[in-house]
Design a protein around this ligand. Structure first.
Ligand code: TYD
Ligand code: MG
Length: 459
């Protein structure tokens, strides 16, 4: 009873339709539907369902008072890499499915192989590769000097076969590298197509939930920065982590974009070396360009992504434009926000950049998403426009409102402390973020309420 049926899923929004159509009725995207098979509940039951995992036996569904549900609060396992644990929210949770995305060559396979090897003594793992040969994986592992006891690898892309091996081997941790190479016999669509990726990932998610094994899915990133495949992949998993970083720099940042077990936007910082990824537990100063003299067009800010303050340098270049429509380019920041800030600078600061190209860059390939970057961005722009450096050892943070007011940001004191610890002498911040005394641990704190005050404080 209960046969499988065919449905069509939209690659953009994940909506399901019964018939193929040229345009998705939900989100309006064209040519985004592809076929997949919806399994009946009976067919979906895999042999793994009858096995027990970390969490013990799977109970038959019944209504239960939540206070009576047994749950293991601290069933977290360290990956052996502190910065990785940090991004996961304090270690890996049993049965968790974690999607790790990033550009090719950024270090996804390296990090997961290192973590798998570190965890092997406590959590026997299975590394499934669909992109490299077993020889390549073993070669990398030995080059990295990893302990290989308890670590098994499988070169396979068929999800049915992968699950057969998993059921036989009972690993507590599976890495699927990458999810784009997986395919299931149930679908006729080509491997790599949206429906194959979605359905194969769904199988692994189900396996993880049934057995309590943790699963890492590696995902490639498209030019637009999302994980290739349907957006629903992000909804199916417990956590989505993205690797960021400049290809020119050896530093890599792993960011929690979604996490059911920890803080979002938490950052982990790594450096790529000849022995793989090394964690950088005190990353505070690595996002500064490190030049000795203060340059025009540069402003250091204290950002607080996740639960840790970071010093980050924002650079701006303002140059007279030959174009009738001058360029506004933001790297590491949101483009629209930059356009908005320049309008505020004009209207409330009286600074005209309408005939200038404006380029803004965050040093080190990190992305800054919080509004605390507003004030530093404008100070860097002004400094470049005037070709005059900011006063030495100055930091700034604060949100800029549309009426030219400078608004406070959360965790002001913690940010000031970070700046003072790193030898900054002067901070320009919103009034509500400044201590009454006008200084913090020997650092002068200039409290500003309006953009015009901030601009004169930066003279
Ligand atoms: P990799 O983990 O294969 O990236 P991904 O899986 O995200 O595509 O990383 C490959 C890059 O890392 C490659 O450019 C070489 C570099 N690398 C090092 O610099 N040192 C090392 O020890 C390793 C293993 C890789
Ligand atoms: Mg790889």
């Amino acid at each position: 009873q209960g046969k499988s049926r065919t449905a069509y899923v939209c690659a953009e929004c994940g909506a399901e339709h019964n018939k193929w159509q040229g345009q998705c009725a939900e989100c309006g995207a064209w040519n985004s539907l592809s076929e997949f098979v919806v399994e009946s509940a009976a067919a979906a039951k895999s042999p793994a369902a009858r096995r027990s995992g970390w969490a013990g036996k799977v109970d038959a569904p019944r209504v239960t008072a939540l206070k009576d549900v047994r749950h293991s609060e601290d069933a977290r396992v360290s990956t052996g890499i502190g910065e990785f644990d940090r991004v996961l929210g304090g270690g890996l949770v049993e049965g968790a499915v974690v999607l790790v995305g990033g550009d090719p060559g950024i270090g996804k396979s390296t990090l997961l192989l290192q973590a798998l090897a570190q965890m092997a003594p406590s959590l026997p793992g299975l590394y499934v590769t669909g992109e490299e040969s077993l020889g390549q994986v073993a070669g990398r592992a030995s080059r990295l000097g990893l302990p290989l006891d308890g670590l098994n690898a499988l070169a396979e892309t068929g999800v049915e076969r992968i699950l057969e091996h998993a059921v036989a081997l009972q690993p507590k941790l599976i890495v699927a590298d990458s999810v784009q190479t997986l395919w299931t016999e149930q679908l006729t669509a080509a491997p790599g197509s949206v429906s194959q990726v979605r359905e194969s990932a769904a199988r692994l998610v189900r396996y993880a939930k049934e057995t309590g094994a943790a699963v890492f899915l590696v995902g490639h990133v498209t030019k637009e920065g999302g994980i290739a495949g349907p957006r629903v992949l992000e909804h199916m998993v417990d956590a989505v982590l993205y690797f960021e970083g400049d290809s020119g720099s050896r530093f890599r940042v792993l960011r929690a974009f979604k996490n059911r077990f920890g803080a979002v936007n938490e950052l982990g910082v790594f450096a790529m070396g000849d022995k793989g990824l090394r964690e950088v537990p005190n990353p505070s100063a690595i996002f500064l360009s490190g030049g000795s003299a203060q340059q025009p067009g540069s402003c250091v800010m204290v950002t607080r992504e996740g639960t840790r303050p970071l010093l980050v340098e924002v650079q701006a270049l303002v140059d007279s434009s030959p174009l009738s429509n001058p360029r506004r380019v933001a790297v590491g920041l949101e483009q629209n926000r930059l356009a908005m800030l320049l309008a505020v600078l004009h209207r409330h600061g009286g600074v005209v950049v309408g005939d200038q190209d404006v380029f803004v860059n965050v040093v080190g390939g990190i992305r800054v998403q919080e509004t605390a970057a507003d004030l530093p961005v404008l100070l860097a722009v002004l400094s470049s426009l005037r070709d005059k450096p900011l006063p030495e050892k100055t930091v700034a943070f604060g949100e800029v409102g549309l009426s030219g007011e400078i608004r406070p940001v959360p965790n002001g004191e913690e940010r000031l402390k970070e700046a003072a610890t790193h030898g900054f002498k002067r901070a320009i911040v919103a009034k509500a973020n400044a201590p009454k005394a006008g200084s913090y641990k020997g650092m002068e704190v200039v409290a500003v309420e309006r953009l015009s005050d901030a601009l004169s404080a930066a003279e």
